[in-house]
Design a protein around this ligand. Structure first.
Ligand code: HEM
Length: 347
């Protein structure tokens, strides 16, 4: 999972701040730690103070008040993550060396007739929010994909046959091939459906009285949309707990438009729906297609030289971000052509 974190944070740091390659390393380390801390802090019940709120008044040295020290450390991380890369982007814009990014594009478009400091604060906050929103979500989804392939070798084989039919030996997939790879697409949808990353969405405020199935939901209520339940509704997705990408295909192996859309619920609702959806989908698709092209995902070899048991374990408690527990597996290059291609592209 560590490599997935680095891989994803490198991408998001580039897109958000235009900081690339080696230069990104110190920011990536801070970002990974900061995002980890946010994931822990937003997990309901992670700290005693979640249940006994009076604890928030006790001093840091008091037994059981370790959360206060953690909060101070994590606040420092949050500040570093918010300030440091943003400052670098601004300095580079002044020097004329900035590469295009979310932050630089927004700074360029500031309205000079309005409060500049306030606009900068908003851009800084939007940039760090994108940074946070875009890392653990993709990491958890990719972790879920790798685990699903480990657990379902037949599904993996079918996807690899589809890729082999479309790609020349040694070639890597490109976005142009997306329409020719419906099973790969179906795998991505099934990963997002089977183990949604944000199972209870984020809290939404009801802005006017609403009636749903005969129940009045008064204005100003806070609701938690149950994405998990929507994506496990048996009427829409029969046998919903089974990982089965074929549910999205018709009898000719094409994507079946009559199957209920997964992407709507998986990325949230209304004006707070995920702004990173298109980036996330492109990033997930190319990663999934590339990994399946290059590698066979197999279980670890145990101490006796046998294949280790395939086991899927997910974080068991209530959590903001649903993610698999760490697991081991092997990535085996699928052919000599692929090994040569990987050497040429990534050394
Ligand atoms: C597998 C990938 C992802 C999934 C499943 C996902 C899912 C979600 C969901 C369910 C929400 C809550 C929406 C709501 O409250 O209705 C959300 C919000 C958000 N996401 Fe994503 N997301 C993903 C990737 C990303 C990426 C790549 C970015 C940015 C680069 C991003 C940025 C955000 C932000 C900033 C919000 C908060 C929006 C707001 O409150 O206005 N997400 N995401």
């Amino acid at each position: 999972m560590g490599d997935l974190h680095t891989w994803t944070t490198v991408l998001i740091t580039d897109i958000t701040y235009g900081i690339q390659g080696e230069e990104a390393q110190p920011f990536i380390k801070t970002a990974i730690e900061a995002v980890k801390s946010i994931t822990i802090a937003t997990t309901p019940g992670a700290f005693l103070v979640d249940q006994i709120s009076i604890l928030k008044y006790v001093p840091e040295w008091f037994p059981g008040a370790g959360f206060k020290r953690k909060a101070r450390e994590w606040d420092l991380l949050r500040m570093e993550m918010t300030e440091d890369p943003f400052r670098v982007t601004k300095e580079r814009m002044v020097a004329g060396t900035a590469t295009p990014s979310l932050a630089s594009a927004a700074l360029e478009q500031m309205d000079p007739t309005k409060d500049i400091a306030k606009q900068e604060e908003l851009i800084k906050a939007a940039s760090v929010t994108a940074h946070i929103g875009g890392t653990d979500t993709i990491v958890a989804t990719m972790g879920g994909f790798i685990l699903a392939m480990l657990m379902n070798p037949d599904i993996q084989t079918r996807a690899q046959h589809e890729l082999d039919r479309v790609l020349a030996p040694g070639d890597l997939p490109t976005f142009a091939l997306e329409p020719d790879l419906p099973y790969v697409q179906a795998i991505m949808w099934e990963v997002l459906r089977h183990q949604p990353v944000v199972p209870l969405c984020f809290p939404h405020l009801v802005t006017e009285d609403d009636v749903y199935s005969g129940y009045l939901i008064p204005k100003n209520s806070i609701i938690m949309p149950n994405i998990w339940s929507i994506l496990h509704n048996e009427d829409d997705y029969p046998d919903p707990y089974r990982f089965n990408p074929s549910r999205f295909l018709d009898i000719n192996g094409r994507l079946d438009p009559s199957v209920k859309d997964v992407l709507g619920p998986a990325f949230g609702f209304g004006r707070r729906a995920c702004p990173g959806k298109e980036l996330a989908l492109a990033s997930l698709w190319i990663r999934i297609a590339s990994i399946l092209t290059c590698y066979r995902i197999e279980p670890e070899i145990d101490e006796y030289g046998n294949l280790a048991e395939r086991k899927a374990e997910w974080y068991p408690g209530l959590t903001m971000f649903n993610h698999p527990l760490p697991f081991k597996c092997r990535f085996i290059p699928r052919s000599k052509d692929i090994e040569v291609s990987l050497d040429m592209n990534f050394t």
